[in-house]
Design a protein around this ligand. Structure first.
Ligand code: DX5
Ligand code: ZN
Length: 229
């Protein structure tokens, strides 16, 4: 994974057909997805349940780009090796998931993955200030985590502050929640480069009508790029 700040679209398979993940992943990659975003929920840190390590391992052979695994679980540390073995490229933990995020990020890197740290809407940018040298990606949640299809919460001031704190470190800013062609320009202008989009990518399409995914991905990308170029 080479670092750059170009706009990357990361469809969340939370909005895919749950009976058909292999083909859904192949379809979004064929239609221009840069990364594949996988939302792991534990029914404890967030009020929903999704994918354990065996499911993520089953997705792995279908992902030719970057497998971006977003852990919405607490605790995190007992599961880091399992998600490494499942083949995650980026593993992101929430700063709110426990008192020792510093240790968690060290452990994620030691297991051979890129280390991400996510911030709930109520958490300030400064919560990760002293973690940035251990971090490859900061995920700014623009919804309260747990479900796809929620309304975007404006976090542009936080994104700008993070850009300042990050400086010239090779750290991605990822935005997760309510990203669509209307909101993408706001977050891109503020300094985000990885845009997660679930409902905005999958809406209206299917594996047998996957050109719609391509149209949806291009619409988000064009809107974001228009704000930075
Ligand atoms: C929310 C998840 C998101 C979600 C995004 O808890 O982390 O990745 O799937 O879905 P949309 O784009 O529909 O808001
Ligand atoms: Zn996510």
């Amino acid at each position: 994974m080479r670092f750059d700040r170009s706009i990357k679209i990361a469809p969340s398979i939370l909005s895919a057909d749950f009976a058909n993940f292999g083909q859904e992943i192949q379809a979004i990659e064929a239609q221009g997805a840069d990364w594949v975003h996988i939302d792991v929920m534990d029914g404890h840190f967030v009020p929903n349940l999704t994918f354990g390590p065996p499911a993520v391992k089953a997705f792995r052979p279908h992902v030719k780009t970057v497998m971006d695994v977003h852990l919405m679980i607490a605790p995190v540390d007992p599961y880091i090796q399992a998600y490494a073995d499942a083949g995650a490229d980026v593993l992101t933990a929430h700063v709110e998931a426990g008192p020792h995020t510093h240790r968690t990020l060290q452990a994620i890197r030691a297991a051979g993955m890129k280390a991400g740290v996510a911030l709930n809407p109520g958490t300030s940018a400064e919560a990760v200030e002293h973690l940035l040298d251990l971090t490859d990606l900061v995920c700014v949640m623009t919804v309260n985590p747990g479900f796809g299809g929620q309304k975007f919460i404006d976090m542009t001031a936080k994104i700008r502050r993070l850009r300042e704190l990050i400086g010239d470190r090779p750290v991605h800013i990822e935005i997760d929640g309510g990203v669509d062609p209307t909101t993408a320009p706001l977050v891109a202008a503020a300094g985000a480069d990885v845009l997660v989009a679930g409902s905005a990518v999958f809406k209206g399409g299917s594996v047998s009508n996957s050109a719609v995914y391509g149209d949806n991905i291009r619409a988000v990308r064009a809107a974001a790029e228009s704000a930075v170029n």
